[in-house]
Design a protein around this ligand. Structure first.
Ligand code: BGC
Length: 235
């Protein structure tokens, strides 16, 4: 590896359905295609670590690691993981991956990481990711408010936002009704958060029809889930 090619970042996106990773150059550009394996079930810490170990072994050399994790994370330690299995609370994910790779590791919530790749860095920007779960992130002039969790907020008394637009809901009600539900959710959140822009990402964002959405809503590719990883090292 030549000096001008480092440091390279291995960016990992731990999803409820897939584990994805890519190596980024110092400017955050991908040096090859993103790799993906299905998330093992049950997705216990041990099983996920094992699956990550296998995929990491196929990656080009890297100097540091960024992880987007589908739950609340404080300083590399997992607090919640609603769409994974087993006991993740208190799991020292950054330490475990650092031991596995021999490299420094930074971990953040998956929607927070994705958001870094989507935002413009001006005013209030909200990010909602439509995947297995519903991810949410908030940025003010490019600065993250970490671990915003809209997913588990009650939507209509009985159901939460995640129950309403998560993967299980999509499978149950079909694309057409699910799209309408996403529209309703936007009608709910817009007057509360008063964002300048709302960025929609995650694996199911591709099912949306951008032309039917308000003008301040942008739809992004799920690649942002790994591309945002570079931002965890900008300090
Ligand atoms: C979790 C969030 C996560 C989202 C998307 C939700 O269930 O609570 O922390 O960002 O799923 O993975």
């Amino acid at each position: 590896m030549t000096a001008d090619r480092s440091p390279r970042t291995l960016a990992i996106d731990v999803g409820g359905t897939g584990l994805k990773m890519i190596v980024l150059d110092p400017n955050g550009a991908a040096i090859e295609e993103r790799h993906r394996v299905p998330t093992p079930r049950p997705a216990t810490p041990r099983a996920v670590l094992e699956a990550l170990r296998g995929l990491i072994g196929t990656q080009p050399p890297f100097d540091r690691v960024s992880v987007g994790f589908p739950g609340v994370v404080h300083e590399g330690v997992v607090a919640t993981a609603p769409n994974l299995d087993g006991d993740w609370h208190g799991f020292k994910l950054a330490n475990a991956l650092s031991t596995l790779t021999g490299k420094p590791v930074r971990v953040a919530n998956d929607a927070d990481v994705q958001g870094y790749a989507d935002i413009e860095g001006r005013g209030v920007e909200m990010v909602l990711t439509l995947g297995t779960g519903l991810g949410s992130a908030l940025f003010v002039d490019g600065h993250l408010v970490p671990n915003l969790e809209l997913a588990h907020h009650p939507y209509d008394g009985k159901r939460t936002y995640e129950d309403y637009v998560g993967k299980r809901a999509l499978e149950k009600v079909g694309k057409k009704r699910w799209r309408r539900r996403v529209g309703k959710m936007i009608e709910h959140v817009e007057p509360i958060w008063n964002y300048r822009l709302l960025h929609l990402g995650g694996g199911n964002a591709k099912l949306l029809h951008a032309e039917g959405l308000p003008a301040n809503v942008l739809v992004h590719s799920n690649e942002a889930g790994v591309l945002g990883g570079i931002a965890l090292w900008k300090d």
